[in-house]
Structure formats: C-alpha cells, structure tokens
Design a protein around this ligand. Structure first.
Ligand SMILES: [Zn+2]
Length: 348
C-alpha cells in the first residue's frame, strides 16, 4: 500500500512510498484511509525539527488528523464495516504515570507517551491503517468527510473545557472572548466560543478574504491587525498564533479575573523577551489565570464531534480550502496564500 513517509530529523525526506500493509492485529479495526489533514506539526516533522519513528524503524508514517472507513471490525467492538472513524492521536505512556493511569493521557506527566504520526507510532497517512477500538471515534454519517477536522477541533474542545472549569473558581462573566489568529485552530476556537454563547472577536494579520468571511459568518467580529488596538475588554483570550507579540498584545485586553489560554507554541520569535515583572503584577493584582494546553483526552474528541455536527455545513466546507492527492501529498506541506485547512486525499 502507499503511505506518506518521512525520516524524522532529516529535512527533505517527505515522500509517498510503498510500504507493508498494517500488521494483522485482529483486536483492532482495519480502516481504509480517506482523508488526512496537514498542520504545522507535520511541517515541523517534514523540516526535520520534530518527530520520532517507531522503535527500530528509520521512517515514520506521518499524519495525525486521519479520517477513514472501517473495513473490518472485531466482534463486540461497537464498530461495523462501513462506519466512518477518526483515530485518536496520543497513547498513554507505558509506565504509566498517574495521569495516564487515570485515563487522562493528554495530561501525561513524564512525556513518554506516543502519538500516532508524530512520535514513536506510525500515523494515519496511508491507504490502510489499524486502530484500537477504544482509540477510535465514530463519526456521525451526517458529519461525513468533515470528520477530518476532528483532531484540531478536539484541541479546542479541551481548551474551552479548561476555560469553563477554571471559570468556576469565582465570579465570572462568560461574555466576550478574544481569539488571536484565524487559521484552522483560531477559527475552530471561534466556532466553539460562539456555540458557548460568547461574543467572539478574532484578530489576525490578514486584511480580509476567507478568514474574515469564516469569522463573520459565525456571527463573530473580525479585526485585522493587533489585539491591543481593539477597544473591548475580554473575559477570555485564546492565543492560537504561537507569536509572542500577538500573545502579549492579547494579554493587555483581558479583564481582571480573566482567563488566558495558550494553544500556540512560541518558537517563531525566540528573541522575544517576556517581561516577567509585568506578567507577575498583572496576574497577582488582577487575579488572572494564564494556562497552556496541548493534545486532547477522549472526552474532548467526543465533545469535538458534537461541536462539528452542530456547525453549518457551508462553514465547514469553506474551512477545507485545498485537497492534494496522495500521489503528490508533499505539496500539502507548502503554504499557499489562500490556505485554511489543507487535506490529503488518500484515495487519489
Ligand atoms: Zn503519562
């Protein structure tokens, strides 16, 4: 079968290759790969900056935003041939740490977890793959191929769940939310914020185009430029750019008692000098919470499926701006000006 492969640590090795079919493990679902989404993590792996192959292998099958159709399901698994499924990314560490032992492997304490298509486990970028039934999420028929958005949506479902839980610590007004960045992560943050009843504002450097249309069609507000220039105070800010200056700018617009969530990794501007004194004074004197979040637990994947199923079909259609056939999938790694979500068609 054909697969999307890369040699982690070696830039320029991303390729489409013939590989052996997945091993015959009959306690797992056998899945025909349909679509796989490509994101910044895949670009980092292809650039040799991240990723790790399975033990004893030189290459990694990449792809962690995988949608497929069940070909074979073990009896009693709850799945049937023809079902649409998405595979969960992370697997608990083998120790396991107390968080993984409690089933919350997205909160792993020792970083020895594995992640399909990222570290230590092959991903979903192949014509066929297997997945444990307990790490598979059934996609409602009406959601169809938009299930390919489930992985990024699960990250935001977790982020928003954490905001909801933190907001219960004291008086809180769930009224206005600021989202920095209107890429796929920022747009999904907007969707889930609007679904929660927030007045959502997104800020992005792009002057307009598809990003503005997608934000405004949710009934949210779009701002081109910097968060610090928006004359509104926010109860919640969700940082989705990974750009230090964008995060600092957003932090200035958060109310006393407000919550700021970081989802983007700030490695784009390593010279950024965080003013720890100002941060300390704001957080102490204004009762603010700043927290980071990564990955998602099973319940977040389930929440994400509900959120996407409730979204407008036209909006979801506009999120996927480019489809690349498996035969030339590395073109999906290039960033084109109008890209929102780029997906690889594993059947082409
Ligand atoms: Zn763990």
């Amino acid at each position: 079968m054909r697969a999307m492969t890369v040699v982690p640590g070696e830039p320029g090795t991303a390729a489409v290759e013939e590989v052996a079919d997945p091993a015959r493990e009959t306690d797992r679902l056998l899945v025909r790969g349909l679509l796989v989404g490509v994101c910044g993590t895949d670009r980092e792996i292809a650039a040799g900056a991240y990723g790790e192959p399975p033990s004893g292998q030189p290459k990694l099958i990449i792809g962690h935003e995988g949608l497929g159709e069940v070909l074979e399901a073990p009896a009693g698994s709850g799945f049937r041939s023809g079902d649409l499924v998405v595979g969960i990314v992370r697997r608990p560490d083998p120790v396991p740490c107390p968080a993984c032992a409690a089933g919350e492997w997205d909160m792993c304490r020792n970083d020895r977890f594995s992640e399909r298509g990222i570290v230590r486990e092959d991903g979903y970028g192949s014509e066929r793959w297997r997945v444990e039934p307990e790490f598979a999420i059934a996609i409602p028929t009406e959601l169809g191929e938009f299930g390919v958005l489930l992985e990024p949506a699960s990250v935001l479902a977790k982020a928003w769940e954490q905001v909801d839980r933190i907001s219960g610590r004291a008086f809180f007004r769930s009224e206005r939310a600021l989202i920095t960045g209107a890429g796929p992560i920022g747009l999904l943050a907007c969707l889930l914020g609007v679904q929660r009843g927030y007045e959502v504002h997104a800020v992005d450097l792009a002057a307009g185009g598809a990003k503005r249309d997608l934000v405004e069609s949710l009934g949210a507000h779009y701002h081109a430029g910097e968060a610090a220039d928006i004359d509104v105070e926010f109860d919640v800010a969700i940082e989705c750019t990974g750009i230090g200056a964008a995060g600092q700018s957003a932090a200035r617009r958060v109310v006393s008692g407000g919550i700021m969530c970081l989802t983007g990794i700030m490695n784009l501007d390593p010279r950024l000098d965080i003013d720890a004194t100002t941060m300390n004074r704001n957080m102490v004197l204004r009762n603010q919470v700043l927290f980071g979040t990564v990955n998602a637990g099973r319940r977040h994947w389930e929440q994400a499926a509900v959120a996407l199923a409730a979204a407008d079909r036209g909006w979801l259609t506009a999120m996927i701006t480019r489809r690349v056939p498996l035969t030339c999938w590395t073109e999906a790694l290039d960033r084109e000006p109008d890209d929102i979500k780029v997906v690889v068609d594993l059947t082409a």
